[in-house]
Write a protein that binds this ligand. Structure first.
Ligand SMILES: [Zn+2]
Length: 193
């Protein structure tokens, strides 16, 4: 067992000594420093071996990206090009446990994921925002009108088309009804209150 620390991202990874080319699991860098014995994390007493080898795991990953509406299908080829896990937390939002203040952390896509998506997605920030908006709609975090405003779409039919592309069923909520009623009031179709 060898333990290395990544110069690029600081991640620490333990490998079996017989692994050929070693890359950082987090950023795929090969700039790795051996960690001195006294700084190594304690090794586990027992290890459960993986049931799948690398090949079949990748094949299942590709099948999974094809089966799920949420994972853009381009990810299957992107993951193969990256040489590391294509994981990225674009947005984290939480209420501070003591002050109660809403905290929001956004981080742009790493260069290698951006580069791999380049040419597959015409506009990466836009497609990322759409994916987040659709997921937020699916889980009920955003209403249809909120999705429309977030994405700057002019009509709800554009929202419907986007949801259809992502195989997300429409959900009509009381808030949507309220928005529709307000829009009709603004247009003079319904009397204003
Ligand atoms: Zn790294």
């Amino acid at each position: 067992m060898i333990v290395v620390r990544c110069d690029a991202c600081g991640g620490k990874v333990a490998f079996d000594a017989d692994v050929g080319v070693v890359r950082c699991l987090f950023c795929a860098s090969v700039a790795l420093e051996p960690v001195p014995a006294d700084e190594r994390p304690p090794l586990p007493e027992d290890v459960v071996p993986f049931g799948l080898d690398r090949e079949s795991a990748q094949e299942r990953f590709r099948a999974w990206t094809r089966a799920s509406w949420w994972r853009p299908k381009e990810l299957a080829s992107v993951a193969a090009e990256l040489g590391r896990q294509a994981l990225h937390a674009a947005l984290l939002e939480l209420d501070h446990p003591i002050t109660g203040q809403r905290m929001r952390f956004a981080s742009p896509l790493p260069d290698d994921i951006s580069a791999a998506l380049e040419g597959q997605w015409d506009d990466i920030p836009r497609r990322s925002l759409e994916a987040i908006a659709v997921e937020a709609y699916r889980t009920g975090a955003l209403t249809e009108s909120q999705v429309r405003r977030l994405l700057g779409l002019e009509t709800r039919f554009q929202v419907h088309a986007l949801l259809k592309d992502h195989h997300v069923p429409l959900r009509y909520t009381a808030a949507d009804l309220e928005d529709d009623v307000q829009a009709q009031r603004d247009l003079g179709i319904l009397p204003s209150r």
